[in-house]
Design a protein around this ligand. Structure first.
Ligand SMILES: [Zn+2]
Length: 278
C-alpha cells in the first residue's frame, strides 16, 4: 500500500499528500449502467474486476498554519483504510498540531476521520472550515428528509463527526478563507462540495476533492457519474468546469481519489482530458 508522503511547494506553503488507504470496489458498483465495451477499452477492466480507489488527504503548511484538507475514514470503512492518523504521526505531524481541517465535503471517506472510534476529536486543536450549504444538508436537515437509507446513515454519522468541533466550526462561502487559500464551491457530488486552492506568486494548486473518482473513465468521459453523486447532472457540470479551468489556467491539481500522491497537471486531450503526474 502506498504510504509516506510527497510534497510540492506553492509560494509560502508546502503541501504534502497523505494516504488514508485504498477503497476496493468494482465499476459495476461505482458507475452502474456504464458501457461495458467502452469501460474495457478505456481501462482494460471488466465491470466486475476489482478496482482500487485511493483515499488521500493533503496537509497545507506555512504562514503559521498547518491545515489538513479532509480527514479520511477513521475506523468506518475497513482495515485497508483509516491510516491517515498513523501516517501523519509517522511523518512528525502530531495530531494536536493540526490548526485547521478544511473539508471538501461531508462524506464518510472525508469527514468520518474527524473522530476516533470512541467519538473523540482526532484533531483536538483544529478549527473546522466547511461550506455553509454542505453543513446545512448533512448536519441541520431533519433526518426524515434523507433521500434514502444510506444518506440517512451518513447524516447520522456526520453529526457525530462534527460534534466535538461544534465550538470551532466556521461555515464558509467562496473566496479567500485563509491567507492565500481560496474556497470555490463545485456542487453536485454533494450540495456544498468545495475545491480549495492554495496560491502563491504565479503558482496555484487546486485541491479539488471528489471532482474525479475514476480517472481511468472520467478523464476521457467526464459525463460518467459516480454512484455517490447526490446530483449527478450537476456533478458533471462542475467536473467539466474545473477540468476546463485547471487545464486552461495551468493550475496544478490534487485529488482525493487520484492514485497516491494524487498531484497532477490537467491537459486537454483529443477526447476529454489527461492528467500528467507532477
Ligand atoms: Zn470521496
Amino acid at each position: 500500500m502506498a504510504q509516506g508522503n510527497q510534497s510540492i511547494i506553492i509560494g509560502d506553503y508546502i503541501i504534502t499528500a497523505f494516504s488514508d488507504g485504498l477503497f476496493q470496489t468494482t465499476i459495476d458498483v461505482t458507475a452502474p449502467g456504464v458501457d461495458k465495451e467502452m469501460t474495457q477499452s478505456l481501462s482494460g477492466k471488466t465491470l466486475t474486476d476489482p478496482v482500487f480507489l485511493a483515499v488521500n488527504a493533503f496537509l497545507v503548511e506555512g504562514r503559521g498554519i498547518r491545515a489538513l484538507v479532509d480527514a479520511g475514514t477513521s475506523d468506518t470503512m475497513g482495515p485497508a483504510l483509516g491510516k491517515l492518523p498513523e501516517n501523519l504521526i509517522a511523518a512528525g505531524k502530531p495530531l494536536d498540531s493540526i490548526t485547521h481541517v478544511l473539508l471538501t465535503h461531508i462524506h464518510p471517506d472525508h469527514s468520518n476521520g474527524l473522530i476516533d472510534g470512541a467519538g473523540n476529536a482526532y484533531f483536538p486543536k483544529a478549527d473546522v472550515l466547511v461550506q455553509d450549504e454542505e453543513y446545512r444538508f448533512w448536519i441541520e436537515r431533519d433526518l426524515s428528509q434523507a433521500a434514502h437509507e444510506r444518506q440517512r446513515g451518513n447524516m447520522v454519522r456526520a453529526r457525530a463527526s462534527v460534534a466535538p468541533y461544534a465550538a470551532r466550526t466556521t461555515r464558509i462561502g467562496d473566496g479567500e478563507i485563509l491567507p492565500g487559500i481560496f474556497a470555490q464551491k463545485s456542487p453536485g457530488h454533494t450540495p456544498g462540495h468545495t475545491a480549495w486552492t492554495v496560491t502563491g506568486g504565479k503558482d496555484s494548486l487546486m485541491i479539488w476533492g471528489d471532482t474525479i473518482h475514476m480517472a481511468f473513465l472520467q478523464l476521457q468521459h467526464p459525463e460518467i457519474a459516480f454512484i455517490f453523486d447526490v446530483d449527478p447532472e450537476l456533478a458533471v457540470k462542475s467536473r467539466l468546469r474545473l477540468l476546463d479551468q485547471t487545464s486552461a489556467d495551468g493550475i496544478r491539481i490534487a485529488g482525493m481519489h487520484l492514485d497516491f500522491p494524487g498531484f497532477g497537471i490537467v491537459r486537454r486531450a483529443k477526447t476529454g482530458y489527461v492528467i500528467a503526474a507532477e
